[in-house]
Ligand binder design. Structure first.
Ligand code: AMP
Length: 289
């Protein structure tokens, strides 16, 4: 167990359980915020939400190798544990769990969580390995810590729905809550990967949410969905993006919208989700429609 700015940092599941067992024995509740570090105001908003909902906050920082494909950015993903802990020390955080890969995936590890339902389509069409990696590590984190509540960002909307689904299916006794997407002042959703953007790309990146908002507005006005989504994709390409998808899906079960245009009764029930490359950076975002 180590400390930085009075923050308790634990690296093993045994040490983590020593702390959470103590909380539980005292009848105190705790909310967990799992992250991959490189913390920004989006992560910290979840920490704040956790603070308001439970007696203690537990943050985890683990860059999970299982959710990266071999060609993806696992090696270059920003790792800033010291800075992260300094940021967390401004909050009332009971413990930070920072395991290494061996602690999470010891020799002989061979169990994975398989998914369908909300894990199908969207991200899975482009990152087929991704949700199994997320579901496996999040299950392990939730079973290791057994928090009353765990909070995930709506920024990764499909991930939130996948986690809510498997937590229910596997009878994990943790309430899974979402927190709203924090954005830069120009509208770009905050993300640890935004650090990859060059100054020129950063200036262009705002077009993603701008085009998404325009697209959502047209869908809200009942324009033909297929044509509007195609025009949105074309606009993204014209703005310099290489889009993976721009799609309208039901907000709860994430089934794709199959009608021709949204009716007034359907407003609020759908989500516009997008992923697009800007140079070597993949941005994702989503908004309610
Ligand atoms: P990550 O470190 O990217 O795995 O993210 C950890 C948690 O923070 C996930 O639940 C994300 O959805 C959430 N998150 C990431 N970016 C934001 C944001 N801009 N606003 C709110 N939550 C976010």
């Amino acid at each position: 167990m180590t400390g930085i700015h009075n923050l308790t940092i634990v690296r093993t599941i045994k040490d983590l359980r020593a702390i959470t067992n103590e909380w539980r024995l005292k009848g105190q509740t705790y909310a967990m915020v799992p992250t991959m570090g490189a913390l920004h105001a989006g992560h910290l908003s979840l920490v704040e939400q956790a603070q308001n909902l439970a007696d203690h906050v537990l943050v985890s920082i683990f860059v999970n190798p299982a959710q990266f494909a071999p060609h993806e950015d696992f090696d270059s993903y920003p790792r800033t544990e010291n800075d992260d802990c300094i940021k967390l020390s401004d909050y009332s955080v009971g413990a930070v769990f920072c395991p290494n890969a061996k602690e999470m995936y010891p020799d002989g590890f061979c169990t994975h969580v398989g998914l369908s339902g909300p894990a199908q389509g969207l991200e899975s069409d482009f990152r087929p390995h991704f949700f199994q990696g997320v579901a496996t590590v999040v299950s392990k984190l939730l079973l290791a810590a057994q928090p009353d509540i765990a909070i995930f960002g709506e920024k990764d909307f499909q991930q939130l729905r996948v986690i809510q689904r498997f937590a229910k299916d596997l009878n994990i006794p943790t309430e899974i809550l979402g927190g709203p997407t924090m954005r830069e002042t120009d509208g770009l959703a905050m993300s640890s990967r935004n650090a990859y953007l060059s100054a020129e790309e950063r200036a262009k990146s705002v077009q993603l949410i701008t085009i998404m908002r325009q697209t959502a507005q047209r869908l809200q006005h009942g324009e033909l969905c297929k044509a509007v989504l195609q025009e949105g994709l074309d606009a993204l390409k014209d703005a310099g993006f290489k889009p993976d998808y721009l799609a309208l899906h039901e907000s709860q079960d994430l089934k794709p919208f199959t009608g021709s245009s949204l009716t007034k009764e359907q407003l609020g029930d759908y989500r516009l989700l997008a992923a697009a490359w800007l140079g070597k950076t993949r941005l994702i975002d989503n908004i309610e429609v």
